[in-house]
Ligand binder design. Structure first.
Ligand code: ZN
Length: 431
């Protein structure tokens, strides 16, 4: 039995009533579009996508909603953003108000959102992408904003009890878009009279942006304000009617956003905490990838190099609670390493532990080469690491859909052969 079957069984038990009523189960995941989406973010997409696929195969209607978060403040600039300095002035603004760095996209976040949609399309899941900001603007969050403001004292108590974080009595869980400077990351709501909120735009609220000092009173509804992450997350579960949503381990730690979110969800929004699938990071050389530090490879770079089924396999071959450590030096078994490229190029490939996301000219070509080399080694490793201990054989996992199981073995061999043809110069693949 593979892990997805175990989860399927638990879902059938927990949602027996909804399934009996023919109510579709809602799966949700999201990504804040503050930079290029790195390959590690695909882990959540593949985990949720696979569960959706398994539900469908059991005849259980479901929808996988993926939020393109375009409303968070711009709080970091990717290390390799072209004309990076020219974006400094937008720090603190909601992402959707930042102009596009590429002519083809509507705004800054959608440069990355559209790229992600294209990459994910190749994985063959049925995913409904949606941007966040239009939902706020359409008033879909008005109800939860009111509940959060009315129960600010209880929310402050939950923060204190779960994470030890002390908020002053005039702290309200909401951030207004400043009417004067347009920033959302710098504002703090300090009063609520049931109709309007009082807020100030603070110079030193955060390190990454400076507020203008404006103070105002405004209606918090219809897209003028947003909830902070730990309150917004459970609010999204209620607004979108979510049944199933896993998250990376950074959110799942004790006292973390998932624990706070669960309490706010149940106690403030009176909505059941969704079925959780905590999953581990996708690391490179033992380090979590970070777009702002230029550490790691983008989802697109990796999908350009790996056939979709291998990319899926890379994400699911380990249990969700085990980290995937993609270490170009360490992934390949020792006996293959000795048969691999000469030692000089092996030393050069240690740079793959830090392949930056962008590059042009000679530098870009070199990086692409280094990345390709790393992928060769990874493909090598997957081929020899079959069978997977979790399944009857690795092909079962690779197929990702049990309906495909019978054909998967043949298909995998074909893809593996294609990889070999395309990757000369790597002895373990040339066999
Ligand atoms: Zn301001």
């Amino acid at each position: 039995m593979v892990w997805v079957d175990r989860i399927l069984g638990e879902l059938q038990e927990r949602f027996a009533m909804q399934i009996g009523n023919g109510e579709p189960l809602i799966l949700r995941d999201e990504k804040t579009l503050s930079g290029r989406v790195h390959v590690g973010s695909l882990r959540g997409i593949v985990i949720h996508g696979l569960i959706g696929q398994a539900l469908s195969e059991e005849g259980i209607p479901n929808r996988f909603l993926f939020e393109l978060n375009d409303f968070d403040p711009m709080d970091e600039l990717p290390a390799n953003l072209p004309n990076r300095d020219s974006f400094q002035k937008y720090m603190g603004q909601p992402l959707f108000t930042v102009p596009s760095s590429e002519a083809s996209a509507k705004n800054y976040p959608m440069v990355f959102g559209e790229e992600l949609e294209r990459v994910v399309a190749s994985l063959g899941f049925s995913i409904q992408f949606y941007p966040l900001e239009p939902l706020y603007r359409a008033g879909k969050f008005n109800g939860v904003i009111r509940e959060a403001l009315d129960h600010a004292a209880e929310i402050r108590a939950i923060y204190r009890e779960v994470s030890g974080s002390e908020k002053p009595d005039d702290w309200y869980p909401l951030q207004v878009i400043c009417e004067q400077c347009g920033k959302v990351g710098t504002t703090q709501v300090t009063g609520w009279d049931g109709t309007q909120v009082k807020y100030s735009c603070k110079k030193n609220l955060v390190k990454w942006a400076e507020g203008c000092g404006h103070e105002g009173t405004i209606s918090p509804f219809d897209g003028r304000a947003k909830l902070p992450w730990k309150v917004e997350w459970p609010a999204k579960w209620k607004v979108m009617g979510v049944h199933i949503e896993g998250a990376g381990k950074d959110h799942s730690a004790a006292g973390g956003s998932r624990e706070i979110g669960k309490r706010i969800c149940e106690e403030i929004f009176h909505y059941p905490n969704p079925f959780d699938i905590p999953y581990e990071f996708f690391n490179i050389g033992g380090k979590k990838m970070s777009a702002s530090k230029g550490l790691g490879a983008s989802a697109k770079e990796v999908s350009d190099l790996l056939p979709p089924k291998l990319l899926k396999l890379l994400m699911i071959r380990k249990l969700p609670n085990q980290p995937i450590d993609f270490d170009p030096e360490g992934t390949t078994p020792r006996f293959l390493r000795s048969a691999d490229a000469p030692s000089a190029s092996r030393r050069r490939s240690s740079e793959t532990q830090r392949f930056p996301s962008h590059g042009s000219g000679e530098e870009g070509t070199r990086r692409a080469h280094v990345l390709r080399q790393a992928m060769d080694q990874f493909i090598c490793a997957v081929i020899v690491s079959f069978p997977h201990p979790e399944g009857p054989n690795g092909f079962f996992l690779l197929a990702s859909s049990r309906a495909e199981t019978d054909r998967s073995s043949q298909r995998f061999s074909k893809e593996a052969r294609e990889c070999r043809v395309g990757r000369t110069g790597n002895p373990c693949l040339a066999a």
